[in-house]
Design a protein around this ligand. Structure first.
Ligand code: FEO
Ligand code: CA
Ligand code: CA
Length: 653
């Protein structure tokens, strides 16, 4: 990549002391509310929310010897590093039942065990004295979906209410307490912090769509409480130390077998509901989860408003195990991939979000009110009021943030947008009307803690340029984009809260330098990779990239010879990219967090052993992979791993 000073400016972040002082203030507020104990004082990491600029901080360069591609059924890391599994699907989160290798654990067991298909993750350190602990904290992990071929002893051959309940219990979020001692990370059992949030947990609805008629159902006439969160993919962390879990492919759990609305006669109303479901990908058969057969609310013909209650960002307070999570509807409804928080120069809260589907959009939310360090009660509902914007990337290298505000521009009653709830529930249709730029599947977004440059991974888009689909454009320049790319931009004044035009450029077109075709080579400087998904910029400015090549494409076609999914580290100035980790067979690598001292990096390994159908053969559960437990575990298991340097040093340097 070119060394461009447009994107090479650097800056600083607030001191540890500033942040710790704010945490003390937070402690006073929390103690008054009786919500958290001293040991549980939360902290998100001072470098995550920069509010000041400094001119001379230099982004780090990868400081390890890159590893080769791998097709082995194991995790490979550079020389001098070691890996251990912290927890895997089915492990007890506290003092609950143990994993059974024959998958005979019940739904009740699963509610007390780590869920399936680990994704976004954050480590919330404890405070010990005046120090942020790097050996004790809470691990909060998303569980995106299930492989029901592994989840039940006979897979989906027979189907029952108890299997639906177990599948629902394997979704959501796991909160575990973890501690490093005697050379290992262990889950603390029992733990008062341990908690599961599942597809059945009561969740409040906050923001403009709460109580809207389109959010009301037979079971919830007020439109205020939803059962569950599903397809929890990437995540975010707020400045006030709560976890944001993002509902991605929620549509796949719903079916509409009739393509209509039961009992509804009005043809206009019916058309509006059915076309709305269609815009979000609800079909007659869904993704084959078969929940509707025993949980009728997933039949979108009979319960047409139930899908409106999914596709949101959900806020969870890991420090209060009895708190009710909240769906923050001001952030819009789409297939959320991540909710990366930043602070505007004036202290308003900014949340960057992708909508991961072909030709969908990039969004940001800017809160109406300012974040006030230490004022826990005042910050609690900051995500309920503000402005949602969607991005337009113009060919001249500038971009616009288009506000999704009812009554402005095309978002009028005469165009079918009657109030702000309407705009947010139908965020995709609103963005269509505004002329947002259809992207190549926006996944994670990372904000540099050094200079606030924003990076967004477009994982791939095989349909770009296909018949009747949008062709290549400046921000999505390759037809049939198999390898994906990473776009970056700087906001006006380097202020994430700005709604003025921004400046964007292509950071990387991913590919394999060894291939013959220019489109397949991309412009990767260093190790080959494609389908970027997870992105994170660490406090030193090193960019971490995680890949999710689909199982159907992995190691074949243009991906032949690239092996299993991987994680790389990149120098954002030179673009040099080095392979840091390769996962086991059939997995995707997703989710990354570190301890404050960066001596441990937590990474999630999702769906080892996955087959192209995404449902394993229950008769041969280890046919593809038996990672991490080997044959005695009976089946491969998604897991969180901890990576450390053998000398205890900083990861990546
Ligand atoms: Fe769940 Fe778009 O990755
Ligand atoms: Ca992803
Ligand atoms: Ca993906």
């Amino acid at each position: 990549m070119r060394d461009d000073d447009t994107f090479g400016n650097t800056s600083g972040s607030p001191s540890f002391g500033d942040v710790l002082a704010s945490r003390r203030a937070l402690l006073r507020g929390s103690a008054a509310a009786g919500a958290v104990a001293l040991a549980g004082l939360p902290f998100a990491g001072c470098a995550t929310f920069p509010r000041t600029s400094a001119a001379n901080a230099t982004p780090a360069t990868p400081g390890f010897a890159p590893i080769p591609v791998s097709s082995a059924d194991t995790v490979v890391v550079p020389e001098g590093y070691e890996v251990q599994v912290v927890h895997a699907w089915g492990d007890p989160i506290s003092d609950g039942p143990s994993f059974r290798s024959d998958a005979t654990n019940s739904a009740d067991d699963q509610r007390r065990q780590v869920g399936m298909h680990h994704d976004g993750i954050h480590f919330f350190p404890m405070i010990e004295g005046t120090t942020l602990s790097s050996t004790h904290g809470l691990l909060v992990v998303n569980h995106e979906y299930t492989d029901d071929g592994l989840l039940h002893p006979d897979g989906m051959r027979t189907w029952s209410a108890s299997k639906v309940a177990k599948s629902q219990a394997a979704h959501g979020v796991s909160i575990t307490e973890v501690r490093y001692a005697a050379g290992r990370w262990n889950v603390v059992r029992p733990s008062t912090w341990a908690r599961r949030v599942t597809a059945s947990t009561p969740i409040d609805i906050g923001g403009p769509a709460a109580r809207d008629p389109a959010m009301r159902t037979q079971a919830d006439a007020a439109g205020r409480i939803v059962l569950g969160t599903i397809n929890n993919c990437a995540h975010g962390v707020t400045p006030w130390n709560t976890f944001l879990t993002c509902e991605e492919n929620f549509n796949g759990y719903f079916v509409n077998p009739t393509g209509g609305v039961a009992g509804l006669q009005d043809p206009d109303q019916k058309l509006r509901i059915v076309s709305g479901q269609s815009r979000y990908g609800i079909t007659k058969s869904g993704f084959g989860y078969r929940w509707h057969e025993f949980d009728e609310r997933f039949d979108a013909s009979r319960h047409p408003n139930e899908p409106n209650r999914f596709g949101w960002v959900v806020e969870i307070d890991p420090w209060n195990p009895s708190s009710t999570p909240i769906k923050r509807t001001a952030l819009g409804r789409f297939k959320h991939e991540g909710a990366t928080c930043a602070l505007a120069t004036d202290g308003r809260v900014v949340v960057y979000m992708g909508d991961d589907e072909r030709f969908e959009y990039v969004y940001k939310f800017v809160s109406r009110h300012r974040y006030r360090p230490g004022e826990r009660e005042g910050n609690r509902d900051l995500l309920d009021a503000g402005t949602l914007f969607v991005a337009r990337f113009d060919a001249d290298g500038t971009g616009r943030w288009l506000p999704l505000v009812q009554g402005q521009g095309p978002l009028s009653g005469s165009n079918g947008f009657h109030n702000q709830a309407d705009v947010l529930i139908r965020a995709r249709q609103s963005a269509d009307a505004l002329g947002a730029t259809p992207m190549d599947r926006p996944e994670w977004i990372a904000v540099s803690p050094l200079d606030r440059t924003v990076y967004c991974a477009m994982t791939n888009n095989s349909h770009r340029g296909a018949k009747d689909r949008p062709g290549p454009d400046a921000a999505n320049p390759r037809a049939g984009n198999a390898f994906g790319h990473i776009v970056r931009w700087r906001e006006a004044g380097d202020d994430p809260g700005s709604d003025a035009p921004f400046r964007w450029e292509m950071y990387a077109q991913c590919g394999n330098p060894a291939l013959a075709g220019a489109a397949e080579r991309g412009n990767v400087n260093g190790d080959a990779y494609g389908s970027p998904d997870g992105l994170w910029i660490d406090p030193r400015g090193l960019l971490w990239i995680q890949t999710d090549v689909s199982t159907s494409a992995m190691n074949k076609g243009v991906y032949a010879g690239l092996g299993n999914n991987q994680m790389l580290a990149a120098d954002v100035r030179s673009g040099e990219t080095r392979r840091f980790l390769v996962g086991p067979v059939g997995c995707e690598i997703t989710g990354v967090a570190t301890t404050p001292d960066m001596s441990t990096m937590f990474v999630c390994v999702q769906h080892p052993g996955e087959t192209p159908s995404e449902r394993s053969d229950p008769a041969r559960p280890t046919a593809v992979s038996s990672w991490p437990g080997g044959a005695s575990d009976g089946r491969p298991r998604s897991a969180t791993i901890a990576i450390r340097r053998r000398d205890g040093g900083v990861i990546g340097t």
